[in-house]
Design a protein around this ligand. Structure first.
Ligand code: ATP
Length: 782
């Protein structure tokens, strides 16, 4: 992986993709240790730059400089405290009720969006398959198979083109499942445009076109992203895309509140996708949330429940039985009521977990190489659209060829499949190969789980598994919204069923052997091997099967698949996150991080603000530096050094953010202004939240040369309770502090509370270690 990292670095530097543009900024974010003579850093009053070279060769991995952090630490300054006191307890209760109301809306709207996607995919796919099936049946007799063949490929390409154009041209961040982006958001990294309404609209249209266009994708993954966008939109009561502001819920316009709602939205998305409300809550917990409390868990569960119920009501009404409520998710695995397992089979399941882990690692490796290739060569918009169309056509062509080459004839069943195609089979029979390919992936998976023994021949399953494995791998990363859950389940279901059928050949008298059960375990193993999720995925699968009996085997299989896969590479979502240089903080500190001291990690020198700061200096610093947080200090003496000869920067009083400084400059809260006292007493927390989340850049703030001589008193506006850490602490400790509290800045101080350095998430994310296998030995890469 070391070579891979170097390869990635050089590729990203060479390419002209947006990612590369971000990576170029790496130079501005690298902090060199105080006592590191090898680093080539230049210090000046305006900026500190270090060349990356030495750092990349070290334990550090490449990060993009332009990803900003979200601020999950609440600011306890005078303005906020006065505001809270002025509103009183009634207002606090009103805000609590509003939280529940917003969560309810998030659940209901996410459920409705899932219903719209469901209906749209069903109609579009129905249209396509009915037309193609008609010609296949007709042409099998009249030897004109080229017509349906071309029609299938053509249909696929045209439908996919719609989604690909929208994504590539208008909102590239809508591509893929969106799970990595939401994971980053919950982790505390701001990904531009990720929770915009425009992104949601393109996501919905795009996913319909991807599924209906025959790509090896599912519609479930993007639901998580959709739920998150709904949450971010509703909780803010305004949309920057459509330029309206309902002036509602303005007290939710902070990163902390938004993060909590987005957790609810993501959970509601999982719930709608799989009819798994508990799985949804656990997904939000496992995949990101650093901060969690009981009330929040309840609210998220509430949103998840409403989401699945809304979808259920709509789906049941569409089936003509509104009170039936039997369709809880976009995809459920069907009931496994009659199946169980015996304890000996656990060993077989563990073996399947190993296979899932190995195949998952292979899948991720191929996709990793492909993504690097894409970043290097396919960065023009039209090329991305063309690639998506080519994959759509090839998906159609390959499927057709497989059906043509391998004609697996089966007697027509009492319970007909959606589109039974006779093809070259005798009357009364249908081609089971065509049956598998003439389905949406969701239906295909259900057939593999529940079709009776002997429905599919061994060759059919082998071909299906191979074809789908490579198509899914190629498809993930295309410029179109797409989910990876269903294709992974499908590949796993195919080899799992094959595994079961092979066992039947080996033990013909074993009555406990049911290949549908092995298809389910194979599906879990393959999905676990690719995404490496554990607890949430186990619960999602249990809820989707509606059978707790499989709880233990699914858990064991997912654990084994994750452990095996982790020996080779990361889960696919983490892999994509790291390829984009996002400073994501994992759950655990890097291995051996207790041996790395804060001084190695922190940035030094520090740009600080004095408690009474000159307007001119604030403007100059905001213009010349990109930092978003500044320690506020008193007794700042640039020439003063402490005993060990390390420069200090005054006594720590608090931290002030760039956004707060911008508001103060904009409102001209200068001590020399004639109306200063009036301004000060009228200033409310809303004044600081008004421009959230996009504060104007300093270039748009007009400050006259005369005003440059004025001063701003920062004490009432800074966060006096900002977290600090002693310079003797280890990386391990700072990491835990950051991760648990979702921090953006931590100021390093000495025993006299004097500022020594600054640590941000980028300083921590650069340290990364992994455990891997090399020549049969376990190696810890630092
Ligand atoms: P973010 O971008 O995460 O919102 P930020 O812009 O304040 O926060 P980073 O971009 O993470 O900070 O910081 C880039 C580098 O600059 C890091 O190495 C960090 O330690 C350093 N840094 C941040 N703030 C200061 C500061 N006030 N003085 C000196 N160095 C700083």
């Amino acid at each position: 992986m070391e070579n891979d990292t170097d390869e990635t670095t050089s590729l990203l530097r060479n390419s002209r993709s947006p990612i590369n543009h971000l990576i170029d900024d790496v130079e501005t974010i690298v902090a060199a240790p105080l006592d590191d003579d090898n680093s080539s850093c230049t210090n000046n009053s305006t900026a500190r730059k270090c060349t990356v070279k030495t750092e990349i060769e070290d334990p550090i991995h490449v990060l993009a400089g332009t990803y900003e952090s979200l601020d999950y630490d609440e600011c306890e300054n005078d303005v906020n405290i006065k505001d809270e006191a002025r509103h009183g307890p009634k207002w606090i209760i009103k805000r609590e009720i509003a939280r529940w109301f917003v969560m309810a809306m998030i659940g209901i709207i996410t459920g409705l969006i899932a219903s719209v996607i469901d209906v749209a995919v069903e109609y579009t796919s129905d249209l396509k398959f009915t037309y193609v099936k008609h010609y296949v049946d007709k042409c099998a007799e009249h030897y004109c198979l080229l017509i349906p063949f071309a029609a299938w490929a053509g249909f696929n390409a045209m439908i996919v083109m719609v989604g690909a154009v929208l994504t590539a041209v208008f909102e590239p961040v809508a591509a893929g499942s969106g799970i990595p982006q939401i994971k980053c958001f919950l982790n505390g990294v701001k990904i531009p445009h990720v929770v915009r309404v425009k992104t949601l609209v393109i996501k919905v249209i795009g996913v319909v076109s991807a599924v209906a266009g025959g790509l090896a994708v599912g519609k479930e993954g993007p639901m998580i992203h959709s739920g998150a966008v709904v949450a971010a939109g509703i909780s803010q009561g305004r949309s920057s895309t459509f330029r309206f502001d309902l002036n509602l819920f303005e007290y939710f316009r902070t990163d902390t509140e938004k993060r909590d709602f987005v957790s609810g939205g993501a959970a509601a998305g999982v719930s709608a996708a799989f009819g798994a409300p508990v799985g949804g809550v656990l997904f939000s917990l496992e995949e990101g949330a650093s901060f969690w409390n009981q009330a929040l868990t309840w609210r998220i569960f509430f949103a998840s429940m409403l989401s699945t119920v809304t979808l259920n009501i709509v789906a049941s009404c569409r089936n003509g039985k509104c009170l039936d409520l039997s369709s809880p998710g976009l995809f459920n695995f069907g009931r496994f009521d009659t199946t169980s397992y015996n304890s000996v089979e656990i060993l077989l399941f563990i073996t399947m977990g190993v296979i899932g882990g190995l195949l998952g690692a292979l899948f991720n490796h191929i996709n990793y190489k492909l993504t690097i290739f894409r970043n290097r060569y396919i960065h023009y918009k039209f090329l991305r659209v063309v690639e998506a169309m080519i994959v759509a056509m090839i998906s159609g062509v390959v499927s057709f060829l497989v059906i043509f080459i391998h004609n697996d004839c089966q007697p027509m069943r009492a319970e007909p499949t959606s589109y039974p195609v006779q093809f070259f089979c005798p009357d009364g029979q249908y081609s089971s190969t065509a049956d598998l390919f003439f389905q949406t992936p969701e239906e295909g998976a259900k057939h593999l789980f529940h079709d009776t023994e002997g429905t599919y021949g061994v060759v059919t399953l082998v071909l299906y598994c191979i074809v789908f494995f490579f198509l899914a791998c190629w498809t993930y990363g295309l410029s179109i919204p797409s989910g990876l859950f269903i294709p992974s389940l499908l590949v796993g279901a195919a080899w799992g069923r094959l595994f079961g059928q092979c066992l039947q050949l080996m033990f013909p008298n074993a009555v406990w052997l049911d290949s549908g059960k092995y298809a389910l375990i194979g599906a879990a193993a393959q999905l676990g091997g690719i995404v490496r999720m554990t607890i949430s995925l186990t619960v999602i699968i249990i809820e989707a099967t509606g059978n707790i009996t499989f709880g233990l085997p699914v858990m064991v299989v997912l654990m084994v698949a994750k452990w095996i896969g982790d020996l080779f590479n990361e889960g696919i979502y983490d892999m994509h996150i790291h390829l984009q240089g996002v400073p994501l903080l994992g759950w655990e500190p890097p291995l051996l991080s207790s041996e790395i001291s804060t001084r190695k990690v922190m940035s030094h020198p520090v740009t600080v603000m004095r408690t009474q700061e000159k307007v001119g200096r604030i403007v100059e610093i905001l213009k010349s530096e990109s930092h978003n947080g500044f320690p506020v200090v008193q007794d700042y003496d640039p020439d003063h050094s402490n005993d060990s000869g390390v420069q200090t920067f005054g006594t720590f009083r608090g931290v002030i953010l760039r956004s707060q400084l911008i508001v103060l400059l904009k409102l001209k809260v200068f001590q020399e202004s004639p109306d200063y006292q009036e301004k000060l007493s009228n200033l409310k927390a809303t004044d600081f939240r008004d421009a959230y989340p996009r504060f104007p850049p300093i270039q748009q703030i007009h400050v006259s040369p005369h005003e440059h001589e004025f001063t701003v008193d920062l004490l009432p506006f800074m966060n006096p309770g900002a977290y600090t850490i002693q310079d003797g602490a280890s990386l391990h400790r700072i990491f835990r502090l950051f991760r648990a509290l979702g921090l953006r800045h931590v100021v390093v101080v000495n025993e006299k509370n004097q500022v020594l350095g600054m640590v941000t998430r980028k300083d921590l994310a650069r340290y990364k270690s992994s455990v891997s296998l090399s020549k049969g030995k376990i190696v810890i890469k630092e």
